[in-house]
Design a protein around this ligand. Sequence first.
Ligand SMILES: [Mg+2]
Length: 319
Amino acid sequence: MTARLPHVPPAAAARPKLLIVDDQPVNLQALYHAFSSDHQVFMATSGEQALALARDRQPDLVLLDVVMPGMDGHEVCRRLKADPATQDIPVIFVTAQDDPEDETRGLELGAVDFIAKPINPAIVRARARTHVTLKRQGDLLRQMVFVDGLTGVHNRRFLDEHLADELQRCVREGRDLALVLLDVDFFKRFNDRHGHQAGDDCLRQVAAAVKGAMRRPTDVVARYGGEEFACVVPDVDESGALALAFRISEAVRTLAIPHGDSGVGDHVSVSLGVARALPPAPGAAALPPSALIEAADRLLYRAKAAGRAQAAIGVAGAG
Ligand SMILES: [Mg+2]
């Protein structure tokens, strides 16, 4: 079993984000009216749409219809709970059926509650509030366990588990994955020259710049070690991975943090190793996380050996 992995939540004071899923517009409308005044509401009319929105928007709660043409609510719930990016989002089934067996099935799939149609707005709001509160408390706890105290990005513990999950997903769904390992150039000399307070501040700024270079909520940044950071980026091809490495370099360069003792310039720069994992052939085993990390590490070394402040890219397992 792997730990349940969160995406770091936004400020707790933000309006709760709610995803409503129902194939009937009239039901969507009723729920929308119950929540739109004080929630950020997203709506989906099919299971596929619901899964995509849940992953992209990271709602605090999903209100999910059971009976829908195509992918039904049970299947949507099963998939939400199987995906590390969405598994911590609570799901409430909204159903016209009054069948204990049906209810049991939903709870076994990981739903936290049931609400009967037609909905009573006061009741549905009260239950939603309870589950949003619980979700946010859980987010805070996970944040304390999985976030790096200095920089506010994820920590090594999170990275190790997240990478293993994403590599499995890469196999299951036949998608590419990129791991970017980056290192602040001549950071020890930076500390020696400017002091450790300035060093800490530099790492905080670099972390924020790297995070800002990510484009999707599913892209994860972690502090890998001292002055090393790692980014796990799913669904990205070679040119996308290179573009990302370029955005990271530029974001750090734009910080314009003076470096009084760098061998490559007047300002803080980074070197990057970008290792890509391709879906294995059918029947072949998934790439172990250690192999992808080793590949990124070798590429990072290559970028440094070539003069630093640059990126090297390659495919893990391709020599
Ligand atoms: Mg329906």
